[in-house]
Design a protein. Structure first.
Length: 98
């Protein structure tokens, strides 16, 4: 089964989230762009306190690690996004998208 990743960031704005996605060449609103191989779903959610949570489902942790090393890590750095305050993997026991 797939693996779920929860990333939580403090002090990250929607503008920074949007900037990272622009640098990656993806559009979470339309689904268009150069999405990474192995990513099954992506959700970005912001709170009024400046925290941001990203919840993703991947076919494997190895696929996410490759994406992080080659594309996401550099984009996060370029956009000035700090390291996550939480990074946690969970085993997916159910997954549905409409």
């Amino acid at each position: 089964m797939a693996d779920a990743l929860i990333l939580e960031f403090a002090g990250v704005s929607q503008e920074q989230y949007d900037s990272v996605n622009t640098l990656l060449g993806i559009n979470p609103t339309t689904g268009e762009g150069d999405w990474p191989s192995g990513l099954l779903s992506h959700i970005g959610a912001a709170a009024d306190d400046g925290s941001l949570i990203v919840f993703e489902v991947w076919d494997s942790q190895a696929s996410q690690q490759e994406f992080m090393e080659k594309r996401l890590g550099p984009a996060l750095g370029q956009a000035g996004v700090p390291d996550p305050t939480r990074a946690e993997w969970r085993n997916v026991i159910g997954h549905h998208t409409s």
